[in-house]
Design a protein around this ligand. Structure first.
Ligand code: PMP
Length: 351
């Protein structure tokens, strides 16, 4: 089988044979000539948003391709990575038949997407120190899962997984390996994006919600083999990325030196916060973090969570997750917000 045949063979047959909807803006692809657009039943009176957005996000993908040093046909953009993850399951998993491997503690949306799409999940917990349990992952291959979700840096633990171990999974796994790099800009470990051309079963997901500071515009990116990208384009909602988002993200791509400065500041703030918190008695452990948040083990997470709320600070309590009993996940804020966190911890320590 060719690479393309293998990938199409993994996808759901009804998606492969789907006759995709063709939107008005796709049916007529104009040249440079100004046309009168009477094809999409829009309100003709001009405003910044009276026309449908570009359904294929041509300019946006061109700019992302330059920024990420990849090609446009390797990119799909979604309404946040959440949409990308959901579509991936829709494309590749036959409901009530196909399976996916999750590595708890992990990002909660993978399980929600799996539940929505009737995908059985095979849970392979991380080791006690939040690393990949390669032997257990390999044992799960026997159930013939269609995909495995590997967030690196991981949420909620904050650490990256070993790059060589991820690559060994990509090499040996007979299905899609989805590496979710939502926090990659904060990590020293390099993105797996440069490996894409070598491994057709590798899917890299990134987002504008974290380091790029654009959680409100909802723009997630999927980088994959063009055959996989073509399947996304078949099933996506015709105008899944609105015109305000497309414009805002294109503008953001010109502000990368500001983003780099903000990332640097968040990382130095993280070091400052962690070093101060290491002296707080009720914090028993601070786990290594490659992201803009970190996980701590405390004496009583429920009690401490509510004490933070009383101090006007909201953190996340992932204690119900595998291996996360009595933990809290804390994001890095502005220096003033971080000072407020440190003051609150001091107060709580002495109460
Ligand atoms: N992946 C991971 C690992 C995340 O932590 C998050 C956000 N919490 C997402 C994806 C979703 O990001 P987006 O805002 O792009 O939907």
């Amino acid at each position: 089988m060719t690479t393309e045949e293998t990938l199409l063979n993994w996808a759901r047959p009804e998606i492969v044979s789907l006759k995709a909807y063709q939107s008005a803006r796709e049916e007529f692809v104009g040249g440079t000539r100004e046309m009168i657009l009477l094809d999409a039943n829009e309100n003709p009176y001009p405003s910044s948003v009276n026309r449908y957005p570009d359904p294929m996000q041509v300019e946006l993908k061109k700019r992302i391709a330059q920024h990420k040093q990849t090609a446009e046909d390797h990119i799909f953009v979604g309404n946040g990575s959440d949409e990308v993850l959901s579509l991936l399951m829709q494309i590749f998993c036959v409901p009530n038949k196909d399976k996916a491997i999750l590595l708890p503690p992990t990002f909660g949306m993978y399980q929600v997407c799996a539940d929505i799409h009737g995908v059985e999940t095979l849970s392979v917990p991380l080791t006690e120190d939040f690393q990949l349990d390669l032997a257990a992952i390999r044992a799960a291959y026997a159930h013939q899962p269609k995909m495995i979700f590997i967030p690196s840096p991981n949420n909620p633990t904050g650490n990256c997984f070993d790059r060589e171990q991820i690559i060994s999974i990509v090499k040996e796994f007979n299905g899609l390996v989805v590496v979710d790099e939502a926090y990659v800009e904060f990590a020293e470990n390099q993105s797996l994006l440069p490996e894409l051309s070598q491994y057709p079963n590798l899917v890299v997901v990134q987002t504008f919600s974290k380091a790029q500071g654009m959680a409100g515009v909802r723009l997630g990116m999927c980088f994959a083999h063009p055959t996989v990208i073509a399947l996304f384009n078949r099933i996506k909602a015709p105008y899944n990325i609105n015109s305000l988002t497309q414009k805002a993200v294109i503008e953001q791509l010109d502000k990368q030196s500001l983003v780099a400065k903000q990332v640097e500041e968040m990382l130095s703030e993280k070091a400052r916060v962690i070093s101060t918190l290491s002296k707080i008695d009720f914090i028993q452990k601070i786990y290594p973090s490659d992201a803009n948040f970190f996980l701590v083990k405390v004496d009583d997470s429920q009690q401490r969570y509510h004490q933070f709320i009383e101090q006007g600070i909201v953190v996340r309590n992932p204690s119900k997750q595998t291996l996360c009993a009595n933990t809290l996940r804390i994001s890095i804020g502005t220096p003033a917000e971080n000072n407020a966190l440190l003051n609150a911890c001091n107060q709580m320590n002495h109460s």
